[in-house]
Design a protein around this ligand. Structure first.
Ligand code: ZN
Length: 120
């Protein structure tokens, strides 16, 4: 088998694995969001619990936390979109391949290590 075919096949395997990981990740973030919202509702009906938890539960903290969760979900959705259009595993900035190891650790990753470092 020539190298190009082999390479394409390994990207395909990588995408498949990324997809499974991303779907699981999305599920767990959605669970997290649900739990968070339930906790908020619970706090409203349980003043004692709310008193105890109040320092962490002001409006801004809640909004920020929800924003972070939604942002995470969007990143996951984008990554799933890249799997569909075939650009998964390619850096969104410089177009280089993202190392498989990086994708394994963070399947939603859209930048290569270099670009990620330069961004911060
Ligand atoms: Zn890059």
């Amino acid at each position: 088998m020539d190298k190009i075919v082999e390479h394409a096949r390994s990207r395909e395997v990588e995408s498949e694995r990324g997809k499974r990981q991303l779907i699981e990740l999305r599920q767990s973030v959605l669970e997290q969001k649900k739990k968070f919202l339930l906790d908020q509702a619970y706090a409203e009906y349980n003043p004692d619990w709310c008193d105890y938890a109040r320092p962490l539960r002001d409006e801004n903290t809640i909004r920020k936390k929800l924003h972070n969760i939604d942002e995470r979900l969007q990143i996951i959705e984008r990554a799933l979109g890249r799997i569909k259009d075939g650009s998964y595993g390619t850096c969104a900035k410089c177009g280089k391949q993202i190392a498989n190891r990086e994708l394994f650790l963070a399947p939603e990753q859209e930048l290569c290590k270099e670009c990620f470092k330069n961004q911060v």
